[in-house]
Design a protein around this ligand. Structure first.
Ligand SMILES: *[C@@H]1O[C@H](CO)[C@@H](O)[C@H](O)[C@H]1NC(C)=O
Ligand SMILES: *[C@@H]1O[C@H](CO)[C@@H](O)[C@H](O)[C@H]1NC(C)=O
Ligand SMILES: *[C@@H]1O[C@H](CO)[C@@H](O)[C@H](O)[C@H]1NC(C)=O
Ligand SMILES: *[C@@H]1O[C@H](CO)[C@@H](O)[C@H](O)[C@H]1NC(C)=O
Ligand SMILES: *[C@@H]1O[C@H](CO)[C@@H](O)[C@H](O)[C@H]1NC(C)=O
Ligand SMILES: *[C@@H]1O[C@H](CO)[C@@H](O)[C@H](O)[C@H]1NC(C)=O
Length: 355
């Protein structure tokens, strides 16, 4: 379940209510009476699976984009291979909602659509320790954010007692992915850290990177490493154009926070505090040529994560630029002093880099 910014402020209340919001029933008993909407959609697991090539595809409510039958209650089950995640991206969404049902103008977008009482509902579930965990309920006509499983299984439950002559139902793309929906960098999976991405200055000196499944909700129980490798004498600068991680300072286990961690090393770097919550214009800079960014989500609540740019810079070039600038308005004497300081700084930096 996604928490809005406003709900972050009432975090303490939610923290105690949290356990009741996580649906803790065994998947079998909850879904036992809900029939399949079609075939179970499986990734290529063995040579004899029912959908051998279905790494992606579309699925939709019955008759889409025409009204689905009333009294529809069924489920869509997805099963991935062990190294895959299931990603669901909605492309059309329009279900019966009592407050939106204006027969003259047809369904309208309204804010109330997050309150799904009395409406037709599509719910997304993932499985945490074999228990069903509800990611969210969707209703009305606001297209839901993309969802991603934390493991091999994901289930959608479509409970639509009403329908109406104006609804279109929904249409979505499913994909079995290994890249966690992270589309930049070079993935370097290991068995322990499948979500590891390398950003190598020798290959690309600048670009962007995002949390898994961005701009959708990031998956639960997921750890991703973004490793930045500069060339000698370089450092990397990061600028987060969007940052929304579910949690409160100090972003630790006690507050059940998801977080982003920064380090000049592979191990923990005490120089940087963990970051979570909503942060505007977050900027980070490595001390030397290596930098690590780690994203970690837990088994409850989700948010939309982050989008950031990176730029590798050369320490020496950076000083030259400042030097030229100072020349423009400080005169020759100041420039010479600046060049002297710049050189000293470069020498000191090199000494630091060598040690
Ligand atoms: C499933 O249906 C049976 C019989 O109709 C009922 O006894 C049982 O409580 C239902 N289970 C759930 C989880 O709704
Ligand atoms: C797939 O199924 C066919 C027919 O049931 C069988 O002959 C074949 O051996 C199976 N292949 C594999 C790889 O299990
Ligand atoms: C599935 O993936 C292929 C190859 O990446 C792409 O061409 C196709 O458009 C995708 N289909 C859907 C429904 O996303
Ligand atoms: C990439 O992964 C391999 C193991 O699969 C590991 O040996 C190697 O060090 C990794 N490369 C980097 C740059 O981390
Ligand atoms: C970065 O790219 C260069 C050139 O392709 C390569 O020699 C180097 O091993 C790469 N470093 C890492 C950490 O992948
Ligand atoms: C960013 O990278 C592109 C190509 O990788 C390059 O053409 C461009 O000059 C770079 N921009 C900066 C500011 O370094």
């Amino acid at each position: 379940m996604m928490r809005s910014t406003v709900r972050i402020q009432v975090w303490m209340i939610l923290a105690f209510a949290g356990t009741s919001l996580v649906l803790e029933v065994s998947a079998e008993s909850y879904l036992s009476n809900v029939s399949q909407c079609g075939n179970i959609i499986k990734s290529y697991v063995g040579k004899n699976e029912s959908f051998p090539d279905a790494k992606n595809g579309t699925f939709s409510s019955l008759n889409h984009p025409h009204p689905y039958p009333s009294k529809t209650h069924c489920r869509y089950d997805f099963i991935a291979a062990s190294d895959e995640r299931i990603q669901i991206v909605f492309t059309d969404f329009n279900l019966y909602h009592p407050d939106e049902n204006n027969p003259r103008e047809g369904p309208q977008k309204i804010d109330k659509s997050r309150d799904c009482g009395g409406s037709d509902v599509l719910s997304t579930f993932v499985y945490i320790n074999n228990q069903l965990a509800r990611i969210d309920d969707y209703c009305g006509s606001n297209t839901p954010l993309a969802a991603m499983s934390n493991g091999r299984k994901l289930t959608l439950e479509f409970n639509a007692p009403h329908s109406s002559r104006y609804v279109r139902g929904f249409n979505a793309i499913f994909a079995f992915v290994k890249d966690f929906g992270i589309r930049t960098g070079r993935q370097n999976s290991t068995e322990k850290y499948p979500c590891t991405f390398i950003f190598n200055s020798s290959e690309t000196s600048n670009g962007t990177f995002t949390s898994p499944n961005y701009p959708g909700l990031y998956p639960r129980n997921t750890e991703c490493h973004y490793l930045f490798y500069g060339r000698d004498g370089e450092y990397v600068e990061l600028y987060f154009t969007y940052f929304h991680i579910d949690g409160v300072q100090p972003c630790d286990e006690e507050s059940h926070s998801d977080y982003v961690e920064f380090s000049n090393y592979m191990p923990v770097d005490r120089k940087f505090d963990r970051q979570c919550g909503t942060i505007k214009d977050l900027k980070m800079k490595s001390d030397r040529k290596f930098f690590r960014v780690t994203f970690r989500s837990n088994d409850r609540y989700d948010a939309t994560g982050f989008h950031a740019t990176y730029q590798f810079n050369n320490v020496a070039n950076h000083l030259t630029i400042r030097n030229v600038r100072s020349q423009a308005f400080d005169g020759k004497k100041a420039t010479l002093t600046f060049i002297f300081i710049a050189h000293i700084t470069t020498i000191i930096t090199e000494i630091v880099l060598l040690t």
